[in-house]
Design a protein around this ligand. Structure first.
Ligand code: ATP
Length: 416
């Protein structure tokens, strides 16, 4: 028998006192009702790695919804329950905890959402993606802090390996292919040899996954510190080409992602910007295919379309003598992430400078005079007001006027 490892000290050191107290209370309540409560998944992995993670995932051999209600009586927060899946989410102050009833999963067909039935912790851990994510910690008072590691997760953590739990894992759920390479790149681990072999074998299984779920996996990659690492690996393993053969996770992309981060720092770039760079080298038709397969939201789809349409306009912007009003009319109406993507991706420094000028200055330029002012100056209400305002806007953009007084002088001149 292997020795028992107790992580109570690590829990105490790494987690906020509020969460530690919460888990201890939850463990006591569960035990008083003959149920077993555990901390599971990513947070156990990160506790062992010494990485910060406050996403509490609790599994109960018993009834998660009932336990969540009892805990909420104490916390007086907000509870959301899903009776069909026997899960609950509890939120109070800035904290959020997921409670799940221990369950086994079966897959009617590859890629389908699983059917679930209550079961033991061992089955619950067996349904998980990788050994390093399939560990638990006991929370009942009699075994508080005890590491439960049925599938060798701790050993794999030490050897820096990402390993599936059984040979059909990627067939059951091919999103694990994306998850695996994401963990590998985030943690600087390696996909274990047999896992890689099966991953490559099961690449065609990615086609069994809905676009919505693949989009979610991509979003997770974009939330990583350096998404280009995951995308490079996805290309290398044939995962990215399966999404679309024209997508590349190469050094060009890595360089653009890095520049995007420098530009938006300290906030990370929005997903639309990352996606616009990823799809920058696609044709219109390829882009449309991806938009509909991934069922991208309207604003993101618009950003991708804008971004590709803008590439054609870059030639106009390559002229060092172009008037500012021309820059404005060329770029006005396009979504800001699409403009930024083009300023990062364009080969022409002149075009890049012009996009930057638009974003920093020209898009904010407005005439000082209003329609009312123009009426007071004697212009008859109607189309002439609109035209005059447009001409004033133009004059402002091109620096021909720079104050309200200048504008009045100009209009008076026009009126003769
Ligand atoms: P992250 O640090 O990326 O948030 P996490 O491990 O907390 O990682 P979640 O996506 O929040 O990941 O999932 C929580 C747990 O649920 C995982 O640790 C894993 O045990 C399990 N899990 C999630 N997705 C799958 C899946 N597709 N197949 C099997 N198990 C999964």
């Amino acid at each position: 028998m292997s020795e028992t490892i107790n992580l109570a000290d690590k829990i105490e050191k790494q987690l906020p006192a509020e969460l530690v107290n919460f888990m201890q209370t939850a463990g006591k309540i569960a035990a008083s009702q003959g149920q077993n409560l555990y901390l599971v998944g990513g947070i156990v992995r990160d506790l062992l790695l010494g990485k910060s993670n406050f996403d509490l995932d609790l599994v109960v051999e018993g009834d998660a919804i009932d336990l969540a209600h009892q805990l909420n009586n104490i916390k007086q927060g907000k509870i959301t329950t899903h009776p069909r899946f026997k899960t609950a989410k509890l939120k109070w102050d800035k904290w959020s905890v997921d409670l799940t009833t221990a369950r086994a999963e079966t897959y009617a067909r590859p890629g389908a959402l699983p059917s679930v039935k209550p079961d033991s912790l061992t089955s619950d851990l067996f349904r998980r993606d990788f050994t390093i994510n399939a560990m638990a910690i006991g929370l009942n008072p009699t075994r508080y802090g005890e590491l439960i590691d049925r599938y060798g997760g701790k050993n794999d953590l030490e050897r820096k390996l990402i390993r599936i739990l059984h040979d059909k894992s990627f067939i059951d759920d091919a999103t694990r292919i994306w998850r695996g390479l994401r963990y590998e790149q985030r943690l600087n681990f390696q996909l274990e040899r047999n896992t890689i072999k099966l991953l490559k074998r099961d690449i065609p299984m990615l086609d069994t996954i809905s676009g919505d779920r693949i989009r979610y996996e991509l979003e997770c990659i974009f939330h990583e510190e350096r998404p280009e690492k995951g995308l490079r690996r996805a290309e290398e393993l044939g995962v990215l080409p399966r999404l679309h053969p024209a997508l590349k996770g190469d050094s060009w992309l890595a360089e653009k992602f890095e520049s995007a981060r420098q530009l938006t720092s300290p906030t990370p770039p929005p997903i639309g910007l990352y996606l616009a760079l990823l799809t920058y080298r696609l044709s219109d038709a390829e882009n449309e295919h991806l938009i509909s397969y991934l069922r991208l939201s309207k604003p993101i789809a618009q950003t991708l379309r804008d971004s590709i349409n803008l590439t054609v306009k870059l030639k106009l912007l390559d002229d060092p003598n172009i008037m500012s009003s021309n820059i404005y009319h060329t770029l006005h109406g396009y979504s800001p992430p699409a403009l930024i993507a083009n300023s990062l991706a364009s080969e022409s420094t002149v075009a890049r400078r012009h996009i930057q000028l638009f974003l920093d200055k020209l898009c904010y330029v407005k005439p000082s005079l209003t329609g009312n002012d123009l009426q007071k100056m004697g212009i008859i209400p109607g189309p002439q007001i609109k035209e005059t305002l447009e001409q004033l806007h133009e004059a402002r953009l091109d620096g021909k006027v720079s104050s309200k007084k200048d504008e009045m002088k100009l209009v008076k001149g026009w009126l003769g």
